[in-house]
Each structure stands twice: as structure tokens, then as C-alpha cells.
Design a protein around this ligand. Structure first.
Ligand SMILES: Cc1ncc(C[n+]2csc(CCOP(=O)(O)OP(=O)(O)O)c2C)c(N)n1
Ligand SMILES: [Mg+2]
Length: 675
């Protein structure tokens, strides 16, 4: 045999190792997706052994190339290649694929094992998050690279399936990736003609390549010509194109080599079966029938990635050391940002305003606070989905991020909320403190991305203004009702609805201080009075709720509790009740999620169990409030959709006035006294 055929045989053995591991793991779990990892094995093999700069033993090395498996259902592809190339994802975890406690979960989960760059599974999220990562790379390069010192110059690779490219979010993200000319984004489209219900011809017939060309991508369609050399040549061609993202279309066959399952949708999401695995291994000329068999020579070859990775990392470190010599401050700043450390002293001088400041909408307060935060936290970047004049989220003097100009801080996502959510996550995964802004009603459009941020424990910030019927004349389509409760129901997500300027300032500080939890800020469109900052404790958001006003002596008969703009409505009721000699406590609850996490002692100190006359006021769904008002309490909320009218009229119409709330409080008080 010649050296070349030796290499060919070894390549084939390695590719087949990925395939057999994938089918064995799915079989053992009796659940999972074998066919696609089998088909994509050559791509993963090529990327991880010949193309990508990555270091299995230093998986967080900043200079590494990123890889995102957008079709997360093909997770065994990623687990196989990570194990084989020497990441800390041992074979016994793969043997326990999809079992409780295994890092090899059903879909790749960020944080479970090194080398998993983002959580994928909801189709379209991965490719869109990858766009955020590729954008982050350009933005970091613009900030940190200097003449002769390219410390940021990695690439982002992804694999997307039919489902990924059918999803709307992928279209949004791909459109903006093309617009921004993200040349370091290189993806494979697995054109296998199969999805769950059968042939993709059932529902997918556009020319995907033409579509991506129209987005401004560089497109190569390899058809069936997907030998390693062709794949590698295509990647090199893609790398040459620096001003456009690249898509490499490959016509694969799901479950290749499987005599009875290849090219069938049956190979998508079910084990092949013991017998079919035996037959397939025969077709591969596989040397063993033992499940999870890994040939020594294959493993040894894969593990070459460890040494190559160490060398690549060391070379980068050397470059970084030279950079540090030349630009010490920048190097320290780069390390600070990637470590997610805020600048020293951040938050000590949070802005405050007094009641004489007039009426200020919390979106307007946020606008001012953003300037304060942006001046202190250079990694704070963000943008909105074409609503910046309304969300008031521009960073003054921050500059715009545009194709070829990536040093700016203001992103313009266009009207692409869902992609905005995923791109923000990609930016945050890359070190930025990024936010995306829109109207609270459109949080529905990006809920899936918000949820992934929460699952991944990353501190993305989502700024939602126009947070109630206070939107006014735009009417029910624009008036959020159930959005707050849906977001509050999302685990590991803080939903903060500040009541005025001072809570808004603390809310932004809270969001920026997070390292493992995303934050939603729900802000008012309409102007609100400003409380005396002396009454707003420094930990108002972290505690979630606090006593804003209390009866003298602290022995109230009734407790009113509210969030955001309705704190002021409740306060009007307080005045009316007090005029009648009723002792009232007013509780502001800017973050119910945090309040629920406080210990019983604190919660009882705010909402004393002995006081059962309680009324909550929030112009949104009542769901969730009964816990806080108790059996005898009352929930002033929106029981249906809003209407189109001026905000003030709507507040009157739906019972959000001091008079209406006071009347409900009187009923509750009578009821509690009678009980
Ligand atoms: C947003 C979303 N919708 C639905 C699913 C369920 N699902 C998983 S894979 C898949 C489609 C499979 O087709 P394709 O993407 O072509 O993957 P292949 O079968 O080729 O591996 C679907 C609908 C999902 N994971 N995410
Ligand atoms: Mg498919």
C-alpha cells in the first residue's frame, strides 16, 4: 500500500468510528438520532482534525475556532468527535448517552462538557447563535487587534440541517449575517432530503443556494461530491472569502451504509436496531461487533488533535504575550471582558433622581441609565429590532455596527426579533454584555432564544418597553397581557419591572452584575412619578420586593402590592384609604422571581402573614399573583385583552385607578375582618 492509500484507509476508519459510536450510543439509549451523525461524520472529522484551530485540553482558549451543531438532534456527532479528539467527555458518558447525569444529554447542552459552545436543539437557534458568535469575533477584533497583533482572528463553523434552514429565525439571522458581511462564518447545509415526516419534498422546495446567494452569502454546492478532499477544498475556498459568510451545501444520505435504513426518515430519530447495526458494520468492514469499539489506530490519529491544539494554543499565547508587551492595557481589558469581570467599582455610583424631576417613563429612565452603564462597561453593546427611537436604547456616541465597521456599540437588528435574541446570546457567549430591545409584546417573537439564554445560564439582557395597556392607542395587538407571566414562568430568568427612575437604575445594575442568569427589563412607555430615592433600598431588585411606604408604627390593616407603573396607581389608592383612616402598607415588587427566592423571614417581613387583606395591582395577566395575595386577597389585573384608546382612558376603563383599587381594598379589608 502507498502512503496515500494508508491515509485513505485511516480516514475511512476514523469516519466510521464516529458512525459506529453514534449508532451504538443511540441503540444503547434506545432513543436518539443515529442517521444524521453517520452522514455528517466526514464533515466533523475534517473540521476537527484538519481545519479548525482548537485545543481539546484548553477548550476555553480565546483564539479557538467555534463550532456549532445547529441540528442539535445529531448530538452524537458532536459527542463522538469531542471524545475522540480528546476533550473531557469520556467514553463512559457516551455509553450513558441521554441518561440522567450524563454530560452527553439528548441535545448538546452548553456547560455540560467542554467543547459545547452553545445549547442547540430548537432548530434554527444554533445557526443564529453562530451568527452572533461570528459578529462577536469581528467586534472583538475591531476593539482589540492592533497593527501587527491579530489576537482575535478565529472562525465560526456550523452545520445546519433542513429543519434549521426552514425555520424563520435562520432566515432572519442569515439575512443579517449577509448584510454585515460576516466572512468568518462558514457553514455546512446538510441537504439530505429527509426530515421527520419523510422526504423534504413534502414541504421544502426552494433553491436554498439561490436564497443564500440573495442574502449575500458565498455559496458552494458540492452535490454528492463530498469526499474529504472536496470538503477540504470547499472550506479553503470559503476561508478565502473574507467579506461574505459561506454556505457549503452537501447532498448527504442519512444513515449511509445501512442496507435497509439509508435515505429513510426511519433513520432520523430511532435506533437502527441490533440487526441493522450488525449489517451496517459489515458494510463498513468494521473489525468488531462489540458496541463502542474504538480501534486503537483511529483513536491515536484523532488524539493528534491534542498536541496540535497545544501547539496552536501556545503559538496564540506567544502572540498574546507580545500583544501584552505592546498594549498592556488592552490585553488586561481583553482578559477582564472574557472573564466576565465588571470594571472595579462598577455600580457604586448608580444614578439617582428625586421626586422633583417630574414625570419620567422607565424607558426614558433606562435611556439615561444606559449612558451611565455604557460609560463604565465598554463591553456593553446592544440594539433593537428597528425600535430604538421608542425603546430609547441607543448608546450615545457609541457608533453603529455596520459591514466592515465593527467597533461601534449600537447594533441594528432590523425587524428580526427572534434572530436578535439568538445573536445577543452569541455575543454574550463570546464575552460581550449584550442586550436586545423591543416592545414587550414582541417578546413572544423571541421567547425561544430568551429561554435558551436561561437554560445556558448566560447573562443576556432583554429590554422590553411599552410594557402594558399603557401603550394606549395602538390597541390590543400591541398591549402585553400574558407576556410577563410567561417570562416569569421561565426558570432562571429575572423579570424586572421597575416602578420609576431609581428602580430602573438598580435594575440595569442588577442585569449587568449577573454572570449566570439572563434579565428581562419591562419598561413603561408612559411617564411616571419619581420616588424619593431614600425610600428605594440599594438591594431593591436583588430582594425582589420591599416596603415602599408604610403606616406609622408599621402595623398596617391592608397591604397593597404592585409592580412598575401600577405602583403609582396603588399609591393613589393608599392616599385615599389613609384619608379614611385605614392603615396601609405599599409594597413595590420589581422582581417577583427574586422575591420568591428570599427566605421566609424576609418575605414575611414584607408581607406579614397576619395581614390577610392584600391587593395586588398589575396591568397584566392575574396568573401568579394569588400566591402573594392569599385566600382573602384580591388581584387587580387584566382578565382579557386591552383596547385601542388613550392610555389614561384605558387605565380608567380597566380599573387601574386609585379609586378603583381603593374600592377593591375596602372589600378585601371587610372580608378579612369578617373572617
Ligand atoms: C424548533 C423545532 N421544531 C421542531 C423540532 C423537532 N425536530 C427535531 S429534528 C426535526 C426535523 C428533522 O429534519 P432535519 O432538520 O432535516 O434533520 P435530519 O432528519 O435530516 O437529521 C424536527 C421537526 C425541533 N427540534 N425544533
Ligand atoms: Mg434533513
Amino acid at each position: 500500500m502507498t502512503v496515500q492509500t494508508d491515509q485513505r484507509a485511516l480516514d475511512e476508519l476514523c469516519v466510521n468510528t464516529i458512525r459506529t459510536l453514534s449508532m451504538d450510543a443511540v441503540q444503547r439509549a434506545n432513543s436518539g438520532h443515529p442517521g444524521t451523525p453517520m452522514a455528517l461524520a466526514p464533515v466533523a472529522y475534517l473540521l476537527y482534525t484538519r481545519v479548525m484551530q482548537h485545543s481539546p485540553t484548553q477548550p476555553d482558549w480565546p483564539g479557538r475556532d467555534r463550532f456549532v451543531l445547529s441540528c442539535g438532534h445529531a448530538s452524537m456527532l458532536l459527542y463522538s468527535i469531542l471524545y475522540l479528539t480528546g476533550y473531557d467527555l469520556p467514553l463512559d458518558q457516551i455509553e450513558r448517552f441521554r441518561q440522567l447525569g450524563s454530560v452527553a444529554a439528548g441535545h448538546p447542552e452548553y456547560g455540560h462538557a467542554p467543547g459545547i459552545e452553545t445549547t442547540t436543539g430548537p432548530l434554527g437557534q444554533g445557526i443564529s447563535t453562530a451568527v452572533g458568535m461570528a459578529l462577536a469575533e469581528r467586534m472583538l477584533a475591531a476593539r482589540f487587534d492592533r497593527e501587527g497583533h491579530d489576537v482575535v482572528d478565529h472562525r465560526t463553523y456550523f452545520i445546519a440541517s433542513d429543519g434549521d434552514l426552514e425555520e424563520g429565525i435562520a432566515s432572519e439571522a442569515s439575512s443579517i449575517a449577509g448584510h454585515l458581511g460576516l466572512g468568518r462564518l462558514i457553514g455546512f447545509y446538510d441537504d439530505n432530503h429527509i426530515s421527520i415526516e419523510g422526504d423534504t419534498a413534502l414541504s421544502f422546495s426552494e433553491d436554498v443556494g439561490a436564497r443564500y446567494e440573495a442574502y449575500g452569502w458565498h455559496v458552494q454546492n458540492l452535490g454528492e461530491d463530498i469526499g474529504l478532499d472536496s470538503l477540504e477544498a470547499a472550506v479553503h475556498a470559503a476561508q478565502e472569502v473574507e467579506d461574505r459568510p459561506s454556505l457549503i451545501i452537501i447532498r448527504t444520505h442519512i444513515a449511509p451504509g445501512s442496507p435497509n435504513k439509508q435515505d429513510t426518515h426511519g433513520a432520523h430519530g430511532s435506533p437502527l436496531g441490533e440487526e441493522e447495526i450488525r449489517l451496517t458494520k459489515q458494510v463498513y468492514g468494521w473489525p468488531s461487533d462489540e458496541p463502542f469499539f474504538v480501534p486503537d489506530e483511529a483513536l491515536e490519529h484523532f488524539r493528534g488533535a491534542v498536541e496540535r491544539g497545544r501547539e496552536a494554543e501556545a503559538a496564540w499565547r506567544e502572540r498574546f504575550d507580545a500583544y501584552r508587551e505592546a498594549h498592556g492595557d488592552l490585553a488586561a481589558e481583553f482578559e477582564r471582558i472574557l472573564a466576565r469581570r465588571l470594571p472595579d467599582g462598577f455600580g457604586d455610583d448608580v444614578p439617582k433622581k428625586g421626586p422633583d424631576s417630574g414625570m419620567i417613563a422607565t424607558r426614558k429612565a433606562s435611556q439615561e441609565v444606559i449612558q451611565w452603564a455604557a460609560a463604565r462597561v465598554p463591553e456593553l453593546v446592544g440594539g433593537s429590532a428597528d425600535l430604538a427611537p421608542s425603546t430609547l436604547t441607543l448608546i450615545n456616541g457609541g457608533g453603529d455596527v455596520e459591514a466592515g465597521t465593527f467597533e461601534g456599540r449600537n447594533l441594528h437588528f432590523g425587524i428580526r426579533e427572534h434572530a436578535m435574541g439568538a445573536i445577543v446570546n452569541g455575543l454574550v457567549l463570546s464575552g460581550f454584555r449584550a442586550f436586545g430591545a423591543g416592545f414587550l409584546i414582541f417578546s413572544d417573537y423571541m421567547k425561544a432564544s430568551i429561554r435558551l439564554a436561561a437554560i445556558m445560564h448566560i447573562p443576556s439582557t432583554f429590554v422590553f418597553t411599552h410594557d402594558s395597556i399603557g401603550v394606549g392607542e395602538d390597541g390590543p395587538t400591541h398591549q402585553p397581557i400574558e407576556q410577563l407571566v410567561a417570562l416569569r414562568a421561565t426558570p432562571n430568568l429575572d423579570v424586572v419591572r421597575p416602578a420609576g427612575f431609581n428602580e430602573t437604575a438598580l435594575a440595569w445594575r442588577h442585569a449587568l452584575r449577573q454572570t449566570n442568569r439572563p434579565t428581562v427589563l419591562a419598561l413603561s412607555r408612559q411617564g411616571l412619578p419619581v420616588w424619593d430615592p431614600a425610600g428605594v433600598p440599594d438591594d431593591a431588585i436583588e430582594r425582589g420586593a420591599y416596603v415602599l411606604h408604610d403606616t406609622e408604627g408599621g402595623n398596617p390593616q391592608v397591604v397593597l402590592m404592585a409592580t412598575g407603573s401600577e405602583v403609582h396607581v396603588a399609591n393613589d389608592a393608599v392616599k385615599l384609604l389613609e384619608a379614611d383612616g385605614i392603615r396601609v402598607r405599599l409594597v413595590s415588587m420589581p422582581c417577583l422571581d427574586r422575591f420568591a427566592e428570599q427566605d421566609q423571614h424576609y418575605r414575611d417581613s414584607v408581607l406579614p402573614p397576619s395581614i390577610r387583606a392584600r391587593v395586588s395591582v398589575e396591568a397584566a395577566s392575574p396568573i401568579g399573583w394569588h400566591r402573594w395575595v392569599g385566600d382573602l386577597g384580591d388581584v387587580v389585573a387584566m382578565e382579557g385583552y386591552g383596547a385601542s384608546a388613550p392610555a389614561k382612558i384605558l387605565y380608567q376603563h380597566f380599573g387601574f385607578t386609585g379609586e378603583a383599587v381603593a374600592a377593591r381594598a375596602r372589600v378585601v379589608l371587610e372580608r378579612s375582618e369578617a373572617s
